[in-house]
Design a protein around this ligand. Structure first.
Ligand SMILES: [Zn+2]
Ligand SMILES: [Zn+2]
Ligand SMILES: [Zn+2]
Length: 257
């Protein structure tokens, strides 16, 4: 395996799959690839390990991926399916005896200070999570785990979301369009991760047809679809409809450069 890899910790949309109480064929499928935790990924390099997003399934994802050392969490945006697991970083903070570095935009930082006010208070209670915030913005690269990360903006309905290019790997979640100025970072990736919510159009996510169009325009060697809802269909059936070079991601899948 090469030095840079990405593990899909979760590939499900905000409710996850199966959805509570749903008896559709996807939610009752016996194929483990139809079971999708909330969307998140783990980037491993020769010198470290970084989580992209930290949703409500974070604890389970860290246990499954066998993570005991995490260098940082990089956040794409403030929606709860991407940040609500931040409290569970406490376990790693106790182990690593230091606060967790969180990389996020100014807007996301503002929201975190509201949503996790107890962690940012002047006198946090003993054992409260501790975050060391690092401000990032689109178009300004930063170094993390021995790699250069280039954040760029995509549109998620009415809010901007950060996507990342790390070497020849591009990670885009929660996008409904990619602005012209961001295409330079998307082109010619070895691995392109893109969201594809469902078959029907949606106001803040690519649907399948759009994701396929974007994958083709990007010219990636391999495109992986994530942030999938039960409305997309069965992993195996949808997989058979895709064009060469594009595949549905699934929880636990690891891709490397
Ligand atoms: Zn999401
Ligand atoms: Zn369902
Ligand atoms: Zn979102």
């Amino acid at each position: 395996m090469s030095a840079l890899s990405l593990e899909f910790l979760g590939t499900g949309t905000s409710q996850g799959v199966p959805v509570i109480g749903c008896s559709c064929p996807v939610c009752t499928s016996s194929n483990s690839k139809d079971q999708r935790l909330r969307t998140s990924a783990l980037v491993r390099t020769s010198s470290g390990c970084v989580a992209i997003d930290c949703g409500p399934d974070f604890r389970q994802q860290m246990l499954r991926a066998g993570v005991s050392q995490l260098d940082a969490v990089v956040l794409t945006h403030e929606h709860m399916d991407h940040v609500s697991g931040l409290d569970d970083l406490r376990a790693l903070q106790f182990l690593q005896k230091r606060p967790t570095a969180i990389y996020c935009s100014e807007r996301v930082e503002r929201r975190l200070r509201q949503q996790f006010a107890y962690a940012f208070s002047e006198k946090p209670y003993p054992g409260a999570p501790q975050f060391e915030l690092h401000r990032i913005e689109a178009g300004i690269p930063f170094e993390l785990a021995g790699e250069t990360w280039m954040p760029f903006e995509v549109e998620h309905g009415s809010i901007p979301v950060l996507a990342f290019r790390i070497g020849s790997l591009v990670y885009i979640t929660d996008a409904s369009s990619i602005p012209e100025e961001s295409w330079t970072y998307v082109q010619n990736a070895h691995h392109l991760v893109l969201n594809a919510l469902r078959i029907e159009p949606h106001y803040s996510h690519f649907h399948l047809e759009q994701a396929l169009e974007m994958a083709q325009k990007a010219g990636a060697r391999k495109a992986w679809l994530t942030h999938i809802s039960h409305h997309l269909g069965l992993h195996q059936e949808v997989g058979e409809l895709l064009v060469p070079g594009v595949q549905l991601a699934y929880d636990g899948l690891v891709v490397s450069e």
